[in-house]
Write a protein that binds this ligand. Structure first.
Ligand code: SF4
Length: 406
């Protein structure tokens, strides 16, 4: 993989973020909230919480290939091997008192201790059970909102219901934060968050260029600020600089994959423990993964909604994962034409049915609607026991041969 120069700055940003959290944990100030990836982060930031994301920690466990050691500890504690392997890797690591943060950032010994856990279950039930486990284990309050899933049309009632639940979080969070809620401050944090999200969108859109200046395997690392620094001004500053770097590559006709022949879409979760080997494999095939649902999921649609609670509700409502297959089909069809794709790869992640969209016939409908071929890869987010790499490589090679012969 051709390294992006911006990655040095990305490492600094993330190091600063994790060290701030560690300091807050040791000094017990500011208060710390654990938040689900699409939970109400801006509300927490506006109330002065330092915000930590267990899903990001789980992805790190997958990426550094520690999950194989930590998952069994969660299974021994009673979780099924079929539930989310983010959950089992993370809880297993907690039970074994391990964290990849300790290797990445010397001096950090443990994940930050929470004062409250806050989730939005729009993505799945596992996130709720995951947070509930920590709530019981640590004796910490768990607050959450329940959102509809598999939605065809986002109605005003849908939004109003979720906005009402989000408003209901304010009083208990004020009590934990020890500070009064400030509506104007929330609006300002949301505006900052929106600028970050828009900047991330522009970065992803740069990949419409042929050849694509960045691969999916870069994007899943580059998306970290959009996930963990939501509501902070450094996000848009970072992505504006990254965009300039990508525009430089575009101007020079330089792609992430030299001699790009084919452009694919990655639908579903990454396989964190195999990012590097898959990136090299696709480079060898001169095939770029130019776009993905996963990286685009952190482009939020709340827009200019004047009521900040409605804006947060709309951010959740707009998520691909929350929508029905008709919406997904039209979204993917649009991506195919905008990114000039030659085919789709669907990742069926064994322990994440919510982000595995191959299971109800969508690939066949998509092939019919776009005329583009679809290949389903069987694997998992973190449980590499579910991923047969050699078989997958053979299937992808055959898929590409089909395209070459077309
Ligand atoms: S969406 Fe999938 S990976 Fe994410 S928490 Fe839910 S089950 Fe786990």
């Amino acid at each position: 993989m051709k390294a992006l120069e911006s990655t040095g700055r990305l490492r600094e940003l993330l190091a600063g973020y994790f060290r701030e959290l560690d300091r807050a944990s040791r000094e017990r100030s500011p208060r710390i909230a654990w938040c689900s990836s699409v939970g109400p982060a801006e509300l927490l930031v506006s109330l002065g919480f330092a915000v930590y994301y267990p899903e990001n920690h789980a992805a790190m466990l997958g990426a550094v290939r520690k999950a194989a050691q930590t998952i069994p500890a969660a299974l021994a504690a009673g979780f099924s091997p079929d539930v989310c392997s983010y959950l089992t890797s993370d809880i297993g690591a907690f039970l074994r008192r391990e964290t990849p943060l300790a290797q990445a950032y010397p001096g950090i010994a443990a994940v930050p201790r929470p004062d409250v856990l806050v989730y939005n279950n729009v993505q799945c039930r596992d996130i709720q059970d995951w947070f509930a486990w920590y709530g019981r284990e640590l004796g910490v309050p768990v607050l959450g909102v329940a959102a509809p899933r598999h939605v065809s049309v986002v109605t005003p009632e849908w939004l109003a219901g979720l906005a009402g639940q989000l408003r209901g979080l304010v009083a208990p969070l004020e009590a934990i934060a020890g500070r009064r809620f400030d509506l104007d401050l929330l609006k300002s944090v949301l505006a900052t968050s929106r600028r970050g999200s828009e900047a991330w969108r522009r970065v992803l859109e740069a990949n419409r260029a042929v050849p694509a200046p960045m691969s999916f395997f870069d994007a899943v690392n580059q998306m970290a600020p959009a996930v963990v620094l939501r509501g902070r001004p450094d996000v848009s500053v970072y992505y504006d600089a990254l965009l300039r770097e990508l525009e430089g590559r575009i101007a020079r006709g330089e792609g992430a994959v030299e001699g790009e022949r084919f452009r694919f879409y990655w639908e579903g979760m990454p396989i964190w423990g195999r990012l590097r080997s898959l990136a090299d494999f696709f480079i060898g095939l001169r095939t770029s993964i130019a776009a993905s649902t996963y990286a685009h999921s952190w482009v939020f649609e709340g827009g200019e909604e004047p009521d900040p609670f409605l804006a947060m509700a709309r951010n959740a409502a707009g998520l691909f994962i929350a929508r029905d297959d008709d919406f997904k089909l039209s979204y993917l069809r649009d991506m195919a034409s905008r990114f000039g794709l030659h085919g789709f790869l669907f990742h069926d992640a064994k322990t994440c049915p919510f982000n595995s969209n191959n299971r109800y016939g969508l690939p066949g409908r998509l092939e019919k609607a776009t005329g583009l071929p679809v290949l389903t890869i069987h694997g998992d987010v973190n449980d590499l026991g579910c991923f047969a790499e050699e078989r997958t490589r053979t299937a992808v090679e055959a898929f590409i041969e089909r395209l070459e012969g077309a």
